[in-house]
Design a binder for this molecule. Sequence first.
Ligand code: MG
Ligand code: ZN
Length: 201
Amino acid sequence: MSRPVVFLDRDGTIIEDKGFLGDEDGVEVLPTVADALRLLRARGYASVVVSNQSGVARGYFDDDAVRAVNAEIVQRLAGDGVAIDAWYWCPHYDEDCDCRKPAPGLVKRAVKEHGLTLAGSAVVGDRGSDVALAHAVGIPGILLPGPYPYDGPEPDLRARTLLEAAEWIVARSAVPFDPSTSSRARDTTSGQARLRVTKDG
Ligand SMILES: [Mg+2]
Ligand SMILES: [Zn+2]
């Protein structure tokens, strides 16, 4: 069965948006990201980064710098025992590419290359282009707080953190629910109190 996927913006969603970050020393993973990724994985979701990196086309940095920043994020997340399944970015700017968000090129590639399904999937980001991307491929778009005035379509949810977004996504999940693993799945979100209740019951 193909997995649903949460498409994650990078800058402002996984890491602090430093504005054209081309230096791995500038990586600051945002709060709740590790917990959100853990929850999504536990509930059967792939997590895939889709990022506009026009700093490449603008000549601020090259693709290797994008890779270095991504590799640094991978390493930080590994320290928390979590991982992202795939990384996609658009290096273009001002050209007629099909991959710069809100164009759906990166999402389509990811679905094809990783055997994913859009059913039950969602996009999370902090800009209008993220929500517009979601709507372009017919899935919910969740908006996180960002530094820019919001100019996009109405999001399906405004969440304060990535964890809050992830909780909403799994709650409306199209992933078949297996009762034999339900208490274990809940443990990851509800902690020890729920675990004790489940065992006593
Ligand atoms: Mg962003
Ligand atoms: Zn592109």
